[in-house]
Design a protein around this ligand. Structure first.
Ligand code: SAH
Length: 311
């Protein structure tokens, strides 16, 4: 167990990447370096690991943890959506494998001042990269009602979105909504008791939605797959772990579309998109954690791993 973040499905991830000594692997979400460590071990004695993260705490932690591997690892601040330009700057044309372990780390969730968690009171922030961009505060307090409702509906799959936004709007007319506890409390008031689940807090879906929007999570995922496919060597592996259905759907559909190649509408007689098939999907169904892993690490509960191979 690592106090920064316990990696999920370590063994499954390592198997899926088909690690080769001397290979070059990208961990696009290096976090606390847990998966990266196993990749470095599995590619001994001379494999290279490029670890990317947007979060400064993650970069510091993984740098420290992976120090014993010396020049076999390169840790870089960046967005995995820019995987192609990041590799280009390093003069690396192709890699043997790419891993993305999506979402937030336990460290980010546990660190109150990041504003990710409704159970820890803090300023509303939720940015993984705190050096720029709109924060949750800006979105909650300044976005037009319609836009806010759409975000909560689309990214949180929250059926109470309109009601929640009406309550947010009434409150922000009087005074700005500054903290995670404020927002969680407003949402709890907006949702009628008969719609409240016994298992999850009524603010769960709204917090998820705002976090996805603040960090452009779904758009980044799309870009990372499309660009990642082009930097993979033949037979190189692309493995992605997701934690909710919106992400899993994107991975499934993007992988499938690269398996198929052409994306022209069926009624067009000849192909005009000129897209060639580039992937072979290896996981027809996603791989999920064992019961014992879920028991020891409840965060693993919703994890799904999909893998594709470059053709
Ligand atoms: N596999 C890691 C944990 C990853 S947690 C481990 O074993 O420790 C997810 C990490 O992804 C977080 O540190 C988060 O900051 C990072 N992240 C999320 N979106 C990102 C993006 N678009 N680009 C780079 N890093 C991202």
């Amino acid at each position: 167990m690592c106090s920064f973040h316990t990696p999920v499905m370590q063994r499954e991830v390592v198997e899926s990447l088909h690690l080769q000594p001397g290979g070059i692997y990208v961990d696009g979400t290096v976090g606390g370096g847990g998966h990266a460590l196993e990749i470095l071990r599995g590619t001994s004695p001379d494999g290279l690991l490029i670890g990317i993260d947007v979060d400064d705490d993650a970069l510091r932690e993984s740098e420290k943890r992976l120090k014993p591997f010396g020049s076999r690892k390169i840790i870089i601040k960046g967005n995995f959506a820019d995987i192609d330009t990041i590799l280009d700057k390093l003069n690396i044309k192709e890699v043997d494998g790419i891993l993305l372990d999506l979402g937030v780390s336990s460290h980010q969730l546990k660190t109150a001042d990041r504003g990710f968690s409704f159970s820890l009171n803090a300023a509303l922030d939720m940015r993984m990269d705190r050096s720029h961009g709109l924060s949750a505060y800006d979105i909650i307090n300044t976005f037009p009602e319609k836009e806010l409702a759409k975000i909560i509906k689309d990214y949180g799959e929250e059926i109470m979105a309109e009601r929640i936004v009406k309550t947010i709007s009434d409150r922000r007319k009087v005074t700005p909504i500054k903290t995670t506890a404020d927002l969680a409390c407003i949402i709890a008031r907006a949702v009628p008791s008969r719609f409240k689940s016994k298992r999850i807090h009524p603010a769960t879906k709204t917090f998820q939605a705002i976090r996805i929007y603040v960090n452009s999570e779904l758009l980044n995922l799309h870009k990372a797959i499309d660009r990642g496919v082009d930097v993979l060597k033949k037979s190189g592996r692309f493995s992605i772990i997701s934690f909710h259905s919106l992400e899993d759907r994107i991975i499934k559909n993007c992988f499938r579309s690269w398996e198929k190649g052409c994306i022209c509408p069926p009624d067009i007689p000849i192909c005009t998109c000129h897209r060639n098939a580039k992937l072979n999907v290896l996981t027809k169904k996603p791989v999920t954690p064992s019961d014992s892993e879920i028991e020891s690490n409840p965060r693993a509960r919703s994890a799904k791993l999909r893998t594709a191979e470059r053709i």
